[in-house]
Design a protein around this ligand. Structure first.
Ligand SMILES: Nc1nc2c(ncn2[C@@H]2O[C@H](COP(=O)(O)OP(=O)(O)OP(=O)(O)O)[C@@H](O)[C@H]2O)c(=O)[nH]1
Ligand SMILES: [Mg+2]
Ligand SMILES: [Zn+2]
Length: 318
């Protein structure tokens, strides 16, 4: 039987049957399942379609994991060679970020965006906690919004607490499978609760939203929901809430392709004088010229260089 993995905890997987009885089945993976390579710490991820069999005691055994349309993968830990698939088969990556508490850097956002580009996953940035902004933070917010507008990514100002921007988000994600990813404490779970009244995903204590967050969500979980729209309609939507990430260690990105994963570079990089231009210091580089002209922002270009150096330094598993 076919089903959709909506939660993984250790060796158990919660599977939603495809015939949509809404009763989930707790499954294990068949014992002799061969891992693809053995680089991945999790052979089954949230979002996977699986083929499973039912047993007499009502639990299931996953026989096969169907091919993934796409996935978001990161290094399991900072220095690890192993990788971890956060979620698969997604229509939209929502990078949840904050400028105040804690502050998300564009370097972090860009690493996630590059990974999304590598798998052709559309992405957007959701700046949460805008209720905490003062004039200075609104100024910073608008700067960051403009940086991503130039790169072609929409950025939304929202407040899970006050409901600002929530209706716009509902429209954006309705009917899709979306992944919420970002640092701990930015309000991914709070946002989920704001989008779906009555859901009550666990949210961190107010006292803990200092600078770090404290990893309230510990496993990725997909919530199949009927997205309530302002006009009274409802749309079947799948939202994946995931644990906060401290650093996003990129995987499977090769140096020659990197600039292709910056959408604003794609249009000009064939105009560079050298076919193998790395866009760092070569003469007659169309990318550097575009930075000088403002068509590519210095912020994104610097993050490109940072990622390039990191991959070159062997800091990224391939
Ligand atoms: N002021 C304000 N606080 C918020 C907002 N959204 C969330 N918070 C607070 O931020 C803290 C963290 O929220 P969570 O939803 O647990 O954050 P998370 O991103 O799910 O964190 P992890 O599960 O650890 O990855 C909580 O104390 C929330 O109440 C918001 O829009 N405004
Ligand atoms: Mg959470
Ligand atoms: Zn170049």
């Amino acid at each position: 039987m076919l089903g959709l993995v909506i939660r993984t905890t250790g060796s158990w997987y919660k599977v939603l049957p495809q015939n949509d009885t809404s009763e989930t089945v707790d499954c294990r993976l068949r014992g002799n399942y061969r891992l693809r390579g053995n680089k991945q710490t999790n052979p089954v991820a949230v979002g996977d379609q699986v083929d499973y069999t039912l047993q007499a005691d009502g639990t299931g055994v996953i026989q096969e994991v169907c091919d993934r349309r796409n996935y978001i993968v990161r290094k399991a830990t900072k220095l690890s060679k192993q990788t971890h698939v956060i979620a698969s088969n997604i229509d939209l990556l929502c990078i949840v970020a904050t400028l105040g508490f804690p502050r998300t850097s564009t370097g972090f956002i860009d690493r996630l965006l590059v990974t999304a580009e590598a798998y052709h996953i559309p992405a957007c940035i959701i700046m949460n906690k805008c209720d905490l902004y003062d004039e200075e933070l609104w100024g910073l917010h608008n700067e960051v919004r403009d940086i991503y507008a130039t790169a072609g990514y929409p950025l939304y100002a929202v407040s899970a607490h006050e409901g600002t921007g929530v209706e716009e988000l509902r429209k954006l994600i309705a009917g899709k499978t979306v992944l919420f990813s970002g640092h701990s404490g930015v309000g991914k779970s709070a946002l989920l609760n704001a989008l779906v009244p009555g859901l009550e995903a666990k949210v961190g204590e107010v006292s803990d939203w200092s600078m770090k967050g404290k990893h309230t969500t510990t496993f990725a979980e997909m919530y199949p929901v009927k997205m309530p729209m302002a006009d009274g309609a409802e749309e079947k939507t799948y939202i994946i809430d995931s644990p906060g990430i401290k650093e996003f260690g990129m995987v499977d990105i090769n140096l020659g392709e990197l600039s292709h994963f910056f959408p604003e570079m794609r249009g000009v990089l064939h105009d560079c004088h050298f076919a193998n231009c790395t866009h760092r210091h070569e003469p007659h580089c169309a990318v550097i010229q575009a930075v000088e002209e403002g068509a590519i922002t210095a912020e994104r270009y610097n993050n490109y260089i940072g990622i390039y150096d990191q991959i070159e330094g062997g800091n990224v598993t391939r």
